[in-house]
Write a protein that binds this ligand. Structure first.
Ligand SMILES: NC(=O)c1ccc[n+]([C@@H]2O[C@H](COP(=O)([O-])OP(=O)(O)OC[C@H]3O[C@@H](n4cnc5c(N)ncnc54)[C@H](O)[C@@H]3O)[C@@H](O)[C@H]2O)c1
Length: 439
């Protein structure tokens, strides 16, 4: 049997071991899904703290339940390690490491290059390597492939290489890896077939003709969201001037059964995907003397949303004869979206920074983020303030940045003096119109 047939047979009868590099928001749920589908899984991460917690049966991501992991450990289906020499034990290796932007908004492939080199020095014949991290079209062929082939092995013959974008939507209870189709593109037809068989074993694999096309699919999906969010963010500002409720308009438009998908405005973009991924494409486009105008315009509008929230807060305080300088402002929600404990790229940080620059005294509450860790850009080192009637009443303004389900908004409005609502979270709360400002 040739290597391809051998690996496909091992995947089909679940004797293949799946190695996952990077056990974060993407890698950890993926490891669970492969384990649940009958594969032996080895998780790899540089962060020994994460590995220790997993092996002790503790999750470090709120929405990812630990029980399936502990059950997999008990049955010998899961192990986690910082020992990358154990990559040789894996038949399929999936790369889920971060792909952020540099301060100059350019792709930062440091983690990916490091991981590729770690695999390259341990690559053995018959392995499948799949890149799952989001990146610009061409990364798998131009950056990963030459490094893996550097030792003399050939992709499609000795080992297999593909790209399959992750479609994780943290906190979404309706869709997980098992009912979300997975797009797959290989660097050769054989690579594509092997990767297709692997993903068909946990969900439905959708094949495209190349790794580059699969990379572009992911960026199209996230650019589509970024552009549509920018559209409703811009229309929100106009609707406020026209005294039209933009949420009422969007919800009514969403009753159209064809040709319209609803997107909702907010305080700005957050998370590891939508604010970042489109810029991977615009960076690559420069190589082709091409300007991605939609991406830039959407970025410009979305990035301006925190300033709009500040402007509305200043206006509202002015009406109360208060200045921003010296005002006590309580931010509700630092996570970039509701019900998750992920604050990466969150607009809350920008809003807090702008408030401080204007002399406000800022505090925050987030039920899922008890304290703020220093990030590349911000160093707040604050602890979450409990939501008590007194703390709410003490604030000159409360800004709802993230509409966590755990919040009782009627209660929040009752005890607050002024509420700036960026999420339509106070919809339907009667009798408090004079103290709620939509932003
Ligand atoms: N978070 C999401 O919702 C989401 C959705 C779709 C795609 N993505 C993409 O998936 C990728 C991973 O994102 P994430 O949110 O899981 O990131 P994350 O930061 O939550 O997890 C990445 C993990 O990789 C580890 N790591 C970093 N360098 C490593 C190395 N050299 N070797 C081993 N481990 C290493 C980190 O310690 C961390 O645990 C990114 O490209 C991201 O754009 C994320």
């Amino acid at each position: 049997m040739d290597r391809k047939a051998q690996l496909m047979a091992m995947i089909e009868d679940r004797t293949a071991t799946v190695g996952i590099i990077g056990l974060g928001y993407v890698g950890l749920p993926l490891a669970t899904h492969f384990g649940k589908s009958g594969f032996r899984v080895i998780g790899f991460d540089l962060d020994s703290g994460k590995i220790e917690r997993l092996l002790k049966g503790e999750s470090y991501i709120r929405h990812v339940p630990i029980e399936p992991v502990t059950e997999m450990i008990r049955t010998g289906h899961f192990d986690a390690t910082t020992d990358f020499d154990r990559l040789r034990e894996a038949d399929c290796i999936l790369i889920c490491v971060p792909t952020p932007l540099t301060d100059k908004m350019e792709p930062d492939l440091t983690y990916l290059v490091e991981t590729t080199e770690t695999i390259a020095t341990r690559l053995r014949a018959g392995q499948l390597i799949v890149l799952e991290s989001t990146t610009y079209p061409g990364t798998t062929e131009e950056m990963v492939l030459p490094r893996l082939q550097g030792g003399g092995m050939e992709a499609g013959k000795d080992f297999f290489l593909a790209y399959s974008p992750e479609r994780e939507d943290p906190g979404n209870k309706s869709f997980s890896a098992s009912n979300t189709p997975k797009v797959v593109g290989g660097v050769t037809p054989s690579c594509m077939t092997v990767a297709q068989i692997l993903y068909d074993s946990i969900t439905h694999a959708v094949t495209v003709s190349s790794a580059r096309a699969a990379e572009m699919v992911k960026i199209l999906e996230n650019t589509y969201r970024s552009v549509n969010i920018a559209l409703v963010n811009e229309l929100k500002v106009l609707a406020h001037k026209m005294e039209i409720d933009i949420f009422e308009v969007i919800n009514a438009a969403a009753t159209k059964p064809f040709g319209y998908s609803p997107f909702y405005p907010g305080p700005g973009l957050g998370g590891h995907c939508i604010p970042i991924d489109p810029f991977y494409l615009s960076w690559k486009a420069r190589e082709y003397d091409f300007t991605t105008r939609f991406i830039h315009l959407a970025g410009e509008i979305n990035v301006a949303m925190p300033s709009y929230v500040i402007e509305k807060t200043v206006e509202a305080l002015n009406r109360e004869r208060k200045s921003m300088k010296g005002s006590r402002i309580l931010i509700l929600g630092v996570a970039y979206k509701k019900d998750v404990d992920d604050e990466r790229e969150s607009p809350s940080y920008v809003i807090m920074k702008m408030l401080r620059e204007r002399g406000a005294e800022v505090s925050y509450n987030d039920p899922w983020i008890p304290q703020l860790r220093p990030t590349r850009k911000y160093d707040f080192r604050m602890k979450s303030t409990p939501i008590t009637p007194k703390n709410l009443a003490d604030a000159d303004a409360v800004i709802i940045v993230t509409d966590h389900s755990a919040y009782d908004f009627a209660d929040i409005v009752r005890h607050s003096r002024l509420v700036i609502d960026t999420r339509n979270a106070t919809k339907g709360i009667a009798g408090a119109e004079n103290k709620i400002v939509m932003a």
